[in-house]
Design a protein around this ligand. Structure first.
Ligand code: 6GU
Length: 268
């Protein structure tokens, strides 16, 4: 995979030289280029922003440097397929593990890091001729610019590329891989400061361990992220799992989980 990142703070992306992603680049599994948007300006001050039409606070990123930068990355020599242009923004569509998997299947990704109040909207309209444009948000909070979001998205995508994570098994049983939060984990010593590792994990009974872990996933997800359970596909679950969900206040309706109403009445 090839990734290009355009930013006015290229140094912000330096952590992508480290750890798993840095190693993937060294191993040739990932080609990653960081471009400085100011290198695509033509004025003496290397201006990238201006005041917003219609008034209001803050500054807006000017279209010309963006068009130059994006043309240089998408320009002739780019493959037949349009690269995906990801525009980090709190106003974007939500980036999830499913998005990471989807984007990990692309040949080319380009990230356009906005700062200030954002990029002139016409850039995104124009860019659709050369890219599949995807404004993406990490969640419902505001960052000062797209760079930190790009660090997160590139790591989430990069670790799914073949060969990047040494043991691919570790991608299977992790939070969000099956729509649930991960179960709690323990290591030696089995007793620490009067706290014992749950006995089932020492039992050697792999069926029992798998069931305990699944039920811990349910319990944790119900407590921390009940939104993930609403509509969860429970059609094929064993009876013990349905009972576990019933104990957590969820019924199975038409094969899907539904939170039992507080008044004990029928689910809507
Ligand atoms: Cl992707 N960008 C910015 N600037 N703020 C965010 C975000 C992205 N996701 C959440 N907040």
């Amino acid at each position: 995979m090839r990734i290009d990142v355009v930013s006015i703070f290229p140094e912000y992306l330096a952590p992508l030289e480290l750890s798993l992603i840095g190693k993937a680049r060294q191993d040739g599994l990932l080609e990653l280029n960081v471009l400085d948007l100011r290198d695509f300006t033509t004025d003496r001050h290397r201006t990238v922003d201006d005041t917003p039409y219609g008034g209001g606070a803050g500054m807006v990123m000017k279209p010309e440097p963006w068009a130059q930068a994006l043309t240089s990355v998408a320009g002739p020599g780019a493959g037949a397929e349009k690269p995906v242009l990801i525009v980090p923004s709190p106003a974007g569509e939500r980036f999830t593990q499913a998005t990471a998997h989807e984007l990990a299947g692309e040949d080319r990704l380009v990230f356009a890091c906005g700062r200030y109040e954002g990029i002139d909207e016409r850039v995104l309209e124009w860019a659709a001729e050369h890219f599949t444009v995807r404004p993406m948000s990490l969640g419902d909070y505001v960052l000062n610019g797209g760079e930190v979001a790009v660090l997160a998205m590139v790591e989430a995508i990069g670790r799914l590329l073949p060969g990047v994570v040494g043991n691919p098994e570790s991608l299977v049983e992790e939070s969000h891989s099956d729509g649930l939060l991960e179960y709690p984990v323990y290591t030696k010593p089995s007793s620490w400061r009067d706290r014992n590792v749950p006995a089932v994990l020492l039992s050697g009974n792999h069926g029992k361990i798998a069931q305990w872990r699944r039920h811990e996933q349910y319990r944790r997800t119900a407590e921390r992220r009940p939104d993930l359970l609403e509509g969860f596909d429970a059609g094929a679950l064993p009876r013990a799992d349905r009972t576990a969900f019933a104990d957590l206040g969820y019924d199975v309706v038409d094969g899907r989980l539904a939170r039992r109403p507080a008044d004990g009445g029928e689910p809507a």
